[in-house]
Design a protein around this ligand. Structure first.
Ligand code: PEP
Length: 247
């Protein structure tokens, strides 16, 4: 049985004062029946870990380098994230694939590093609008999944987030049947590669303009085990009803 997961991606938002949102969120969900994760910017990681220590809330990061250490100015390694108290790291987000030209091979190397450091790699996949309109969605997902997920993937160290690029931060959400088609496909691809036992344990998140108003419909789709939430994770007032819908 997969435990559901509500993960918040704060992206490049937030200052120390915004950590009060964590307290507000946990006041609303003192005994959550789903896993809760907030991924703040790296500047807030340590303070967020301290804040979350009193709560059933995990803290994650938004990227890592593939090497454990070295001459990589500005980068942060997976062991450093683990040392700071992170338990997970988002990898291959479409904004990083676009802004930093990250390939699936680079994402795979980062995911291996994250897993080796004891972190859960939340590996993001998703087609752009052109690819969807060309009916290439499943081909794109198959390629990204195969190239981005390391052979070491399992239910404990890997989460897959399906995030159609055209739905991220746009207010557009994939329809339930579109989400269901891709999530079923990902589950089948994982089963073909890792075997049914491992595939059944790996959680599949949907991400792309998840809001309080559409959350229940998305979470009713089979093979949706939770959400990766951007904009609506910044304020407890928005994230809390999404968590309630998932619970
Ligand atoms: C995201 O950042 O992963 C995301 C899905 O953003 P939003 O919820 O704002 O579309």
């Amino acid at each position: 049985m997969r435990r559901r997961l509500a993960a918040g991606n704060w992206k490049m938002h937030g200052a120390r004062a915004d950590l009060a949102e964590i307290d507000a969120l946990m006041a609303a969900h003192p005994h959550p029946t789903v896993d809760l994760l907030i991924c703040p910017p790296a500047t807030l990681l340590h303070a967020a870990v301290e804040r979350a220590a009193q709560h059933p809330l995990q803290i994650g990061a938004q990227d890592c380098h593939a090497a454990p250490s070295g001459a990589h100015t500005g980068d942060i390694s997976a062991p450093m994230l683990a040392d700071a108290g992170a338990s997970a790291v988002i990898l291959g987000h479409s904004e990083r694939r676009a802004d930093h030209a990250e390939t699936s091979e680079a994402v795979c190397a980062k995911a291996s590093a994250a897993q080796a450091a004891g972190l859960t790699a939340i590996i993001c996949l998703g087609e752009n609008l052109e690819e969807r309109e060309a009916q290439a969605t499943l081909d794109v997902i198959a390629e990204q999944l195969s190239a981005s997920v390391p052979d070491t993937g399992n239910a404990n160290n890997t989460v897959i987030a399906y995030e159609p690029c055209w739905a991220i931060g746009t207010g557009l959400t994939a329809r339930p049947e579109q989400i269901g088609e891709v999530h079923d496909f990902i589950r089948a691809q994982l089963a073909a590669r890792f075997g049914a036992g491992i595939a059944e344990g790996i959680r599949l998140l949907y991400g792309g303009s998840v809001k309080p108003a559409n959350a229940a419909g998305i979470f009713a789709v089979p093979n949706v085990d939770g959400a990766l939430v951007g904009g609506a994770s910044l304020r407890a007032a928005d994230f809390s009803p999404i968590i309630t819908a998932l619970s």
